[in-house]
Design a protein around this ligand. Structure first.
Ligand SMILES: [Zn+2]
Length: 301
């Protein structure tokens, strides 16, 4: 009896979370791609989000529940460019689902669809560089999101031709609303041009590149290497000589170093969502950019 009730309860929960007769099962590595798949696939897709905004996207555990979801996926949408190198290859291999292997129509590596920044001319892993394929944190430039969206629509049509017209309509609707929002964001963010920021990790470079902000130094001495006390003291000295406007901490990062640096330099900390779900207002992709720009505008000169 109890077991039956538990099973019935679990089934009820899964019905509540996803369309009953979804044509396409989407496995989204990260919240931004889950949100995009929902925008574009509507009730024809069932989207599984493998991680949340409070998790470091470089370091997700390839848990058995993720393997099971990858096994039943028709389309996997991840960032690629080695962002998920620590967990995605093992997940794909363990799941053994041929439909979603890289190179198949059921696999999208979003970073391969955009112009990547910071592609290194020389690789030195000894320096702790965890971005050997260029900077993978592409979602904070909305023009990149538009490019990825076009390919997601194409793939949904390819994988589920019976609903091709539906995906076409939804894709056009999204792109129209998105372009309009970009125009609004660019106006709202105009005062941010030239803003000097100190991010924790190089995960806002596309945002800075888009809005013309300057990332003058980083709390991490090298991408992926936590700051030592010595490095933080050096930042204080450098910031006293050349002040910045804001220290940036994104939702998944440890607040301590940013708070310490802010206290020593009197430069305010701005907490950014980084992805969908990173702040209460960043409920979807539109909210992500609305909130990011609103938070930065509070510290503008
Ligand atoms: Zn990174």
């Amino acid at each position: 009896m109890n077991r039956w009730l538990t099973m019935a309860g679990a089934a009820g929960l899964s019905l509540a979370c996803s369309p009953v007769f979804a044509a396409v099962n989407v496995f989204a590595c990260l919240p931004e791609w889950a949100s995009l798949a929902t925008e574009l696939g509507g009730d024809k897709v069932s989207v599984y989000q493998a991680s949340n905004a409070l998790q470091d996207p470089h370091r997700i555990e390839a848990r058995p529940s993720l393997v099971a979801r990858m096994r039943s996926a028709d389309l996997a949408i991840c960032t690629g460019a080695e962002l998920e190198i620590g967990w995605l290859p093992v997940l794909l291999q363990t799941a053994g689902n041929q439909k979603v292997q890289p190179g198949k129509p059921g696999f999208i590596a979003a970073a391969e669809l955009v112009d990547r920044l910071e592609i290194p001319t020389r690789l030195d892993r000894a320096e702790g560089d965890i971005h050997p394929a260029g900077n993978p944190h592409i979602q904070l430039d909305p023009h990149n999101v538009a490019k990825v969206a076009a390919v997601v629509t194409q793939r949904l049509q390819q994988l589920d031709p019976a609903n091709a017209a539906y995906y076409d309509t939804r894709g056009k609707d999204f792109q129209g609303r998105w372009q309009q929002a970009i125009g609004r964001w660019e106006k709202e963010a105009a005062p941010l041009k030239g803003l000097r920021i100190v991010p924790y990790h190089k995960n806002t470079v596309y945002l800075s590149h888009w809005l013309g902000m300057s990332e003058v130094m980083y709390i991490e001495p090298k991408p992926g290497i936590p700051p030592s006390a010595g490095h933080l003291s050096e930042l204080v000295v450098r910031l006293q000589a050349e002040p910045a406007d804001a220290v940036i901490r994104t939702a998944y990062q440890d607040p301590k170093a940013a708070a310490w640096l802010s206290e020593k330099t009197k430069i305010p900390v701005v907490e950014l969502p980084y992805t969908v779900g990173g702040t209460p207002a960043a409920r979807d992709l539109f909210g992500l950019f609305d909130d990011t720009i609103a938070r930065l505008n509070k510290v503008k000169k």
